[in-house]
Design a protein around this ligand. Structure first.
Ligand code: NAD
Ligand code: UDX
Length: 463
């Protein structure tokens, strides 16, 4: 058995590294078109920050784990080919802003059809709209080399920041397919380290749809608690207390009830919009509207937070310095895709605030690129005004102390652990007075900070 994976991103890289680590008998070849990304996977400086990943890669790389840009060669040699390429929201044409762009999936299927000989198992690892396997199968069946294929769906449930833990000890592995032999072949790979009773098998369509559904349910919980946070702020209830009180009900459960400035990441919004588009496509208008509300609520939460900062700072942040702590969409990742921080920063910039941003893992280049994209239209055009604001009013610094010096306010946008351990007396002394903290993650010790002298504003809490 030889494995190839097309796509060396946040999913392809860690997932294949874990398979290679746990299955020393299986050669695993990860390929990508992006040379810089492949070079990074082959270096000591991996392209993604993920706790514990360095060790996993180091153990397997050079033994049975290889990274290259030799896509055709890897496909030709493999018995099982994972497709783990990006499936972003379409930005053009029919379904723009909602449907998944399946261009990269289709290109992979065509490449596999072109290069393959003999029999191959093709595994959908990317998150896809339900019934995508139908199109993949049709493209594969056009192979002129007499090759035959089975298509499986094996969506990935890892979360960034905990990818290694999630891959090592997943709640379940899901495999959808038609051919019992191919399903067994993939089960055997995972069974190297995962109990058989945690490997679920379903038909293809259930597997494809379960991934979109899982992300929709998770995001819905975040939007639900964030909706309640607005009511808490208006009434004197405390959202963390409410979350604890409802989370102890075993039917609700305690996870994914942390109120925040809104969910981010490359998956939740994209997958819900995709679900909405699918429902509309099948004429299910009310179902589409139901799920779309999760995204609408999330946009509202981001906007509500930046508006609260402006209102609290005496209705103007123009020329005020705001220290932004954290830019990644959650802690323990360098990923900024759809980070709520982008939109909060954009809104503050458009109010003419001066932002001093610090994130322990996100480089300046990514911060500027994300802000530029958020200020641009669908065609990638940005106004001169926004461009100037990003150039002149954004400074990226290397720690929280530097960020907060002379600042009027601190905005905590990512829940990095290191933010809890700072010398808040020192930070307070160096700030403009009154010194405000807007804790968008309810991360800090609010009582302690109030004692130091800060004016605290948190999500779902009254002052
Ligand atoms: P990514 O953008 O980090 O990686 C995708 C990679 O595929 C890129 O490096 C790109 O260069 C490469 N690629 C695209 N077309 C290619 C082609 N034709 N040949 C070779 N390489 C090609 O994306 P990701 O975050 O790893 O996500 C991949 C898929 O997994 C998506 O469908 C996503 O929804 C899903 N997913 C992501 C997560 C997550 O936490 N990021 C979790 C579960 C599922
Ligand atoms: C998500 C899914 O959890 C994972 O199963 C899927 O494979 C990919 O998408 P990810 O986006 O990496 O994973 O991170 P996740 O932990 O789900 O967080 C997503 C966003 O929701 C983050 O911005 C996080 O800060 C936010 N969040 C999460 C909250 O605001 N409150 C919570 O209680 C949980």
């Amino acid at each position: 058995m030889k494995i190839c994976c097309i796509g060396a991103g946040y999913v392809g890289g860690p997932t294949m590294a874990m398979i290679a680590k746990q299955c020393p008998d299986i050669p695993v070849h990860v390929v990508d078109l992006n040379q810089a990304r492949i070079d990074a996977w082959n270096s000591d400086n991996l392209p993604i920050y993920e706790p514990g990943l360095d060790e996993v890669v180091k153990e397997a790389r050079g033994r049975n784990l290889t990274f290259s840009t030799n896509v055709d060669e890897a496909i030709a040699e493999a018995d099982m080919i994972f497709i783990s390429v990006n499936t972003p929201t379409k930005t053009f044409g029919i379904g723009a802003g909602r449907a998944a762009n399946l261009e990269f999936i289709e290109k992979c299927a065509r490449q596999i059809a072109k290069v393959s000989k003999g029999h191959k198992i093709v595994v959908e690892k990317s998150t896809l709209p339900v019934r995508t396997a139908e199109a993949v199968k049709r493209i594969l069946s056009s192979s002129g080399n007499g090759a035959t294929f089975d298509v499986l769906s094996n969506p990935e449930f890892l979360a960034e920041g905990t990818a290694v833990e999630d891959l090592l000890d997943p709640d379940r592995v899901l495999i959808g397919g038609e051919s019992p032999e191919s399903i067994k072949a993939l089960c055997d790979v995972y069974a190297h380290w995962i109990d058989r009773d945690r490997i679920l098998t379903t038909n293809l369509w259930s597997s494809e749809l379960s991934k979109l559904t899982a992300n929709a349910f998770l995001a819905q919980r975040v939007s639900s608690i964030n909706a309640i946070s607005a009511l808490c702020e208006a009434t004197g209830a405390d959202v963390d207390e409410v979350a604890r009180a409802i989370g102890t009900d075993s039917r609700i459960g305690p996870k994914f009830l942390k109120a925040s400035i809104g969910f981010g990441g490359s998956c939740f919004q994209k997958d819900i919009l995709n679900l909405v588009y699918l429902c509309e496509h099948f004429g299910l208008r009310e179902v589409a509207a139901y799920w779309e509300q999760v995204v609408i609520m999330n946009d509202h939460q981001k906007q509500r937070f930046s508006e609260r900062i402006v209102k609290t700072l005496f209705n103007t942040v123009s020329d005020k310095k705001i220290a932004v702590w954290g830019f990644a969409f959650k802690k323990d990742t360098n990923d900024t895709r759809e980070s709520a921080a982008i939109y909060v920063c954009r809104d503050l910039l458009r109010e003419r605030a001066r932002l001093t941003i610090y994130d322990p893992q996100v480089p300046e280049k990514s911060i500027r690129a994300e802000l530029t994209a958020a200020c641009s239209d669908m065609q990638g055009q940005i106004s001169e005004n926004d461009k100037r604001l990003i150039e002149q009013n954004v400074t990226v610094v290397s720690d929280c102390y530097e960020a907060s010096k002379d600042a009027h306010a601190i905005a905590v946008l990512t829940e990095w652990d290191e933010f809890k351990e700072l010398d808040f007396d020192r930070i307070f002394q160096a700030m403009q007075q009154p010194a405000f903290v807007f804790d968008g993650r309810n991360l800090l010790d609010h009582q302690k900070l109030s004692k130091v002298g800060f004016e605290l504003h948190a999500i779902g809490k009254c002052r």
